[in-house]
Ligand binder design. Structure first.
Ligand code: NI
Length: 124
């Protein structure tokens, strides 16, 4: 719950943030499979930063237990969706790119920040 992991963000906010991108992928990948194009964030949320700020602000008052529950169920939904998608579709460039940006390409940066914060914290 402490801020300062990544600027003002706590681990809790990072969980909300990563989960909101997984929720985006659950919205957009089915659309891509049907040959559609997700709208640009610049059109709907005045840019990525505004989207991020809005997503984390919206969940400011959720208890940590709820944040964790949502994170876990969203991640399970992403896994189930990928497993139910035919192999040849998953390999499609736009599908794969979107999946990477929203999920496994997104985790390492935040994981690393949390790791560094934990070390810093244990050193007092
Ligand atoms: Ni991020």
């Amino acid at each position: 719950m402490e801020s300062g992991v990544t600027k003002a963000w706590s681990v809790r906010v990072i969980l909300v943030h990563v989960t909101s991108w997984e929720q985006e992928t659950l919205k957009h990948l089915p659309l891509i499979l049907k040959g559609g194009r997700p709208s640009l964030y610049s059109a709907t949320y005045a840019g990525i930063n505004a989207f991020n700020a809005q997503m984390t602000a919206r969940k400011t008052h959720l208890p940590l237990s709820e944040v964790r529950r949502e994170q876990s169920s969203t991640h399970s939904q992403v896994i189930a969706f990928i497993e139910s998608t035919p192999q040849d579709k998953v390999g499609g460039t736009r599908f794969h790119r979107r999946l990477r940006l929203d999920t496994y390409g997104h985790y390492p940066k935040h994981t690393e920040a949390i790791r560094i914060w934990r070390v810093r914290r244990s050193l007092g």
